[in-house]
Design a protein around this ligand. Structure first.
Ligand code: ZN
Length: 199
């Protein structure tokens, strides 16, 4: 089931999410819906708060390097193959190394992005799977970038918060009207949900 993605302005995006303690069918269904929602939105990652649940859980795609079709540089064929789809429950970064600069954007802030977000080049993540079993993996490059973005969502942090102060102010100023519009839409979505309560 495709879930509505919460927009910038929805308070759930600013809350610190709580640990997942129950590993049951509800959790498995949620993860499956989140993967479907992420694909539907053409995203590479989605955290539970983005679908309104303040739980420490995200889904993320691990992509391979850009596949070159004919050796020519062409942005429009910038397709990366999906190597794996990950579900990470109660994730935490246990070590980090180096820095990388890459574009960053967010499904909850549609249409806006930055070209030069600085993040750790590689991270080691400890997490649980949907059965509660512990795992640890090391991620680099794009996948490491995605993990850091999604993990931030669990602490109520949005990508532009990570910009240096002046760049953050410039981003907020440049996109003032789009962000205000998202906040209005987020409020309207909240009002609509209140009008049609689910059991
Ligand atoms: Zn995001």
């Amino acid at each position: 089931m495709i879930l509505p993605i919460r927009l910038y302005g929805d308070p759930v995006l600013r809350r610190s999410a709580r640990d997942v303690k129950t590993f049951d069918d509800d959790l498995r269904n949620l993860a499956s819906d989140m993967i479907e929602t992420m694909h539907d939105a053409n995203g590479v990652g989605l955290a539970a708060p983005q679908v309104g649940l303040p739980l420490r859980l995200f889904v993320a795609l691990e992509l391979g390097p850009v596949e070159e079709t004919d050796g020519e540089e062409d942005e429009s064929t910038d397709e990366r193959p999906v190597l794996a789809t990950h579900v990470m429950v109660n994730p935490r970064i246990t070590s980090r190394e180096g820095t990388q600069v890459a574009p960053d954007g967010c499904l909850s802030i549609p249409g806006l992005w930055v070209d030069d977000m600085v993040r750790d080049a590689s991270v080691r993540v400890a997490y649980q799977d949907l059965d509660g079993a512990p795992h640890e993996l090391e991620a680099q490059g794009h996948f490491a970038h995605v993990i850091q973005h999604e993990l931030d969502h669990l602490d109520g942090v949005l990508f532009f918060d990570r910009l240096p102060e002046q760049a953050r102010r410039d981003f907020l100023e440049t996109h003032r009207s789009e962000l205000a519009d998202m906040q209005r839409r987020a409020k309207a979505m909240i009002k609509e949900r209140k009008a049609t309560p689910v059991a």
